[in-house]
Design a binder for this molecule. Sequence first.
Ligand code: ADP
Ligand code: MG
Length: 569
Amino acid sequence: AGQTEKHGFQTEVKQLLHLMIHSLYSNKEIFLRELVSNASDAADKLRFKALSDNSLYGDDSELHVRISLDKDARTITISDNGVGMTRDEVMNNLGTIAKSGTAEFFGQLSGDQAKDSQLIGQFGVGFYSSFIVADEVTVRTRSAFEKGSIGVEWHSQGEGEFELAETEKARRGTDIILHLKEGEDEFLDEHRLRGIINKYSEHLSIPVQMWKAPVAEQENEDGEKIPAEPGQWQTVNSGQALWTRDKADISDEEYKEFYKTVAHDFDDPLLWSHNKVEGTTEYTSLLYVPKRAPWDLWNREQQHGVKLYVKRVFIMDDADQLMPTYLRFVKGLIDTNDLPLNVSREILQDNKITRAMRNGSTKKVLQMLKKLAKDDTEQYQQFWDTFGNVLKEGPAEDNGNQERIAELLRFASTHSESAAQTVSLDDYLQRMKEGQDKIYYIVADSYEAAKNNPALEIFRKKGVEVLLLSDRIDEWLMSHLTEFKDKQLQSVTRGDLDLGELDDEQDKEQQEQAEEAFKEQLKRFETALGDRVKKVRVTHRLTDSPACIITDENDMSTQMAKLMEAAGQ
Ligand code: ADP
Ligand code: MG
């Protein structure tokens, strides 16, 4: 073996480790979920690579994960015969390169342990979660691409640095050896360990095995001989990928556990939908809506959460062709037989099959949200408060589903005194006045500004509801959403406000008289304001305020102008 080199962890990795070691007291067992899931990923990667080069398997083509215990040494070993890692990969993956977003993650830490451990979950604890229970971790690995039997050994006690050395490793793949901390003895209990592993591996598509120690020949109480049993590997899970099983045979618990692995979340999902689609394009989808927003929801490069499988072989993460951007919070997977195994991102673009799967899955997600809105207002409200602003990108992005998305939108309105966004467009339609033919709304910088805008006075007077919009994205949303169920959406601060049938004859007569009476004043205002305004006119919208500023029907709204100005346009 070569000599040992010492390396320092990258700063953010160091912080992450510090957190694992000192602050994560609840739900410690998740390190097993993470390590078994890494081993299963490594098997998936090898299976994928071997599609084009079968020789990578050598004489070891039965992929599996094996977990064993050594009570005296206080170690748990998780071994796989997957793709393994080269020296460079070990360096990059286990210590010197922080994952994108680690900095943002630290920015969000609150110091409140319960909250922060949730964040770690969202962030994907991964390999470093080993240090929740171990005071010493050894990784021995050999890449499937490395000929010969020289591998790499990585060793660390977690805090500042790790060591790297060459090592003899006969078998391809990775062994992770955890030396348990004082006080973590529960994980040395075989029964307990088996229970946890069973829970986290049930849905994985590769066999996860535990070593069953040999039994010596013995006599029972009645003096009968019980024969000796040799030690052997026993498979703990069924080894069938969850989504390939029949819906009726999968429990909610299994769906939830699977979600936690795919999404790296501590929490249960809010909703899921499992579908086998048959027809011109055949695929299975398992799609989840999380309860909480990921840390990078507002990051434009945020990765999509839907994985692509072809014939049960994992092909790629974050296949962004499979889900529109306004549904980027959806997690899960799509598995199809209709794409070639060697499919690339380029092929996925502009591909008929991809398009069919994307359209189908988009509808599924919108349907499950609609059902939630109908069945459980409270939970839907929780969803809306978390992801509503992302969904608002929908009408602009996905014209074909505009009405389906619009049904899911929620707004504040003059109907209630609260800033909470709880009013749906359907609620609004139901409350429309006799003779009202439009849906009225206002967009402003804040809820208060919207609510107190003088343009609302006439609507209050006539008892007509107005939607109060004040999120950053609202102007963008409303410039694309112009109609809902044959009713036009009309800004109350735009153009010549025609209240249609809501104006009665008497009103009209009074208005004409007023316009006549104010002719002279109007001229004086126009001269005084000059180029700064397009026009000055008598308004019948106001009941308490003397004047207000509006924009022409076809001009940029004042709100949009402010946005453009803020963006430096
Ligand atoms: P993630 O799995 O989300 O990428 P982890 O922290 O769990 O993050 O793992 C970091 C990386 O280390 C993995 O992406 C993978 O490249 C590598 N890795 C971890 N465990 C194994 C393993 N058993 N075999 C091969 N590579 C592994
Ligand atoms: Mg991982």
